[in-house]
Design a protein around this ligand. Structure first.
Ligand code: ADP
Length: 214
């Protein structure tokens, strides 16, 4: 990902790199432009984190490359800000009902919980396809026998960065992660309350929004 700067913005950046700290007035002079003309460019460069402005000192170069600025942004956005509501079933739910739930809720991953919304496992589309090929009675078969069970479920917390979540999706080759928080007084590794779902769609949507400059 690369931040596209205009020719004039590149020129401003070069001046500040060489001469900073430097006032807006002085930058305008170097470019034979008015301060007012430069104002939008200065705003973009400061908002992008490339330049920093200090009152009575002027502008100076932050030392960050555009890619570094983007990386910092991705580490700052939290899972809690982009997560979706979880679609959950009980482990006694039949494979048939799980398939129906997937269609109705329009999700590719179901999260299996026990009483209190505590994470038990996850079921993917292919888990359900595989069991369907087995020729067993899917009306009777509970999802508990096909799900990926705790402690093998990869999760994220609401305060983790979206970057970490995306990294886990890629590293573990899964489509979605339950968003969890430890239950008060419970076992930190075993008793996780499901409070959301983070899928590749959330990451893609964020990517589109960032691309639109939001
Ligand atoms: P699909 O199987 O439809 O391609 P996934 O790639 O998400 O979808 O799932 C692959 C396997 O990983 C499945 O067996 C599924 O149960 C399991 N799985 C899915 N999500 C997770 C997760 N967050 N943690 C651990 N295992 C998962």
């Amino acid at each position: 990902m690369k931040l596209e700067l205009s020719k004039r913005q590149e020129a401003i950046l070069e001046i500040v790199k060489k001469e900073g700290p430097i006032t807006g007035e002085q930058i305008a002079e170097r470019l034979s432009l008015t301060r007012a003309t430069l104002r939008p460019d200065m705003a973009i460069l400061t908002m992008a984190g490339l330049l920093e402005a200090r009152p009575r000192v002027g502008y100076y170069y932050s030392g960050k490359t555009p890619n570094k600025v983007i990386a910092e942004k991705l580490h700052r956005i939290k899972v809690g800000e982009v997560k979706s509501v979880p679609v959950v079933v009980s482990e006694h739910c039949s494979v048939y009902d799980a398939v129906v739930t997937m269609f109705i809720e329009d999700v590719g991953t179901l999260i299996v919980v026990r009483e209190g919304g505590i994470l038990e496992g996850v079921i993917s589309r292919k888990d359900l396809l595989k069991i369907t090929l087995g020729g067993q009675d899917i009306h009777k078969l509970p999802v508990g026998v096909v799900m990926t069970r705790m402690p093998n479920v990869i999760t994220v917390g609401p305060d983790d960065s979206v970057w970490l979540a995306a990294k886990k999706l890629i590293t573990h080759e899964v489509d979605a992660l339950p968003v969890v928080r430890p239950v008060e007084g419970g076992d930190k590794n075993k008793d996780l309350e499901v409070i959301g779902r983070l899928s590749k769609t959330n990451i893609t949507r964020l990517f589109v929004e960032l691309g639109e400059g939001n």
